[in-house]
Design a protein around this ligand. Structure first.
Ligand code: BES
Ligand code: ZN
Length: 458
């Protein structure tokens, strides 16, 4: 480990420069005009992998390419094999005007590197890549084989990755999958995340008149689709923060008292949290603490709401249509298919006859839950302790990584979620950043991880 530590120290500045280069690519998977940037970004990553001595290929899919990179295999010995998953695509950077430095011009301030994708997820998987570089360049024997699977469609639901896993099933067979794409609570609170919420996306559009109409000439004699949409959406949640879609909670597995007790032990201040979010008052499902509300309870959210005139000044119209993008976050044992069906059915039922409703089903991903008691999870906890010098926290988190259930179904492998993102990294928000100390710790954690995981594999 000494050689590795020295190597990581010696190359620290170059690792930061590399991350800046990587963050410079506007690899926004949701926006079709960035398609070429995604390919360019994947090619950059491919180059990095090859440079450090990995056998790397760019695999085309029906969507954005997947970078597949494996540590050189020793034919004579059979070693345990682990996958390291990450994603090089990023969320849209909008609204631009709220960024203090442009989203794709990485900027280092103190120990933070600002840029879209710095934390979610480029910096996090680069930390692992740097640890492997340290092994390979110092000639330190790796105790296991590792294959990097870095995709370009995570932020839009990993649409083509399950098929890719099927196709490469044999080459990807492994003991476990490692992902650093979740959070930790701070340098003194590294974390192993043992549950993620699932997701299910729906778009709704209400059509009214055949064109925008003068609201003075016609208003009052026909329904306003924007108003109708607000009324429909307002019926989906009650004042206690409960989703009112019939059957929505039927499959929800109640939280065990022991688990609730454990979650309540996490360091958390409601006041600091409220201030951090910038809201005048917190709101959530009654009967649950915020940690539970945001990680272990299902929700229905409006992600975007569009209708009518949005430009400067005023315009007096009845808009021709109104639309909204909705997502439901799911917990065990809800499924995206059943939830989608319930929500669509309910929307159809409550839609007034004065507008025409158009519904589109979007991506979906199942919730994930894995026991933190397994040998591999215990090995991961040891690696966290060594790298951070602190006792790890066991967490449930509210975000989704849709592919983890496919790793289980297709490769029969559990996933270890070892996040490096701090709670104030602003993932999906303006001014996303990655903490360079977490970057450094992440590399050390990765270096220890492969030793621990290999030793824990029978
Ligand atoms: N890194 C996140 C997921 C995450 C973040 C999990 C923090 C737990 C804690 C990932 O990149 C993400 O944003 N996923 C999307 C998936 C969706 C678009 C299908 C999400 O959760 O919104
Ligand atoms: Zn994300």
């Amino acid at each position: 480990m000494n050689d590795i530590e020295n190597y990581l120290q010696k190359h620290e500045e170059r690792f930061i420069r590399d991350l800046c280069e990587y963050v410079r690519f506007p690899s926004v998977s949701a926006q079709p005009h960035h398609r070429k940037d995604l390919t360019a970004c994947a090619e950059w990553l491919l180059g990095r992998c090859q440079k450090i001595g990995l056998e790397a290929t760019l695999c085309q899919t029906a969507g954005n390419p997947v970078v597949l990179a494996r540590t050189p295999r020793k034919k004579s010995i059979r070693r345990p094999h682990f996958l390291l998953y990450g994603h090089y695509d990023v969320q849209p950077p909008e609204p631009f005007d709220l960024w203090k430095s442009p989203p794709f011009e990485p900027t280092v301030k103190g120990r933070s590197l600002f840029g879209r994708g710095a934390s979610d997820n480029k910096g996090q998987h680069l930390a692992h890549l740097n640890a492997i570089e340290a092994y390979l360049k110092t000639g330190t024997e790796l105790p296991c084989d590792i294959t990097f699977v870095i995709e370009g469609e995570e932020e839009v639901g990993s649409t083509h990755l399950a098929h890719f896993l099927q196709q490469h099933r044999a080459a990807l067979r492994c003991e476990a999958v490692v992902i650093s794409d979740t959070s930790l609570l701070g340098p003194k609170y590294p974390a192993l995340t043992y549950a993620l919420r699932g997701i299910c996306a729906v778009e709704i559009k209400l059509h009214g008149p055949s064109r925008d109409l003068h609201s003075g000439l016609f208003g009052g004699s026909l329904d306003n689709p924007a108003m109708a949409l607000c009324q429909v959406l307002a019926q989906l949640r009650d004042k206690n923060g409960r989703v009112t879609v019939p059957g929505f909670y039927d499959d929800v597995k109640p939280l065990l008292p022991s688990e609730r007790k454990e979650l309540a032990r996490q360091p958390f201040s409601e006041r600091a949290y409220q201030r951090f979010l910038g809201v005048p008052k917190l709101f959530g499902e009654k009967g649950f603490i915020p940690i539970e509300q945001r990680s272990a309870r299902p929700t229905l959210e409006i992600n975007g709401l569009t209708s009518g005139y949005q430009g400067e000044g005023s315009k007096t119209i009845i808009p021709a249509w109104a639309s909204a993008k909705l997502t439901m976050r799911l917990v065990p044992n809800q499924t995206p298919n059943r939830t989608r069906k319930l929500v669509l059915q309910h929307l159809r039922k409550i839609c007034p006859p004065t507008v025409r409703m158009e519904l589109h089903a979007g991506h979906g991903g199942e919730p994930y839950f894995v026991s933190p008691d397994s040998e591999h999870a215990q090995a991961a906890l040891r690696a966290l302790r060594k790298a951070f010098g602190a006792e790890p926290v066991l967490m449930r988190e509210g975000g989704s990584i849709p592919i983890v259930n496919d790793f289980k179904k297709i490769l029969k492998a559990d996933t270890l979620l070892l996040g490096l993102a701090l709670p104030d990294d602003n993932a999906h928000s303006p001014n996303e950043k990655f903490d360079l100390d977490m970057f450094a710790r992440g590399m050390r954690m990765s270096a220890h991880l492969w030793q621990e995981l290999a030793a824990a594999t029978k």
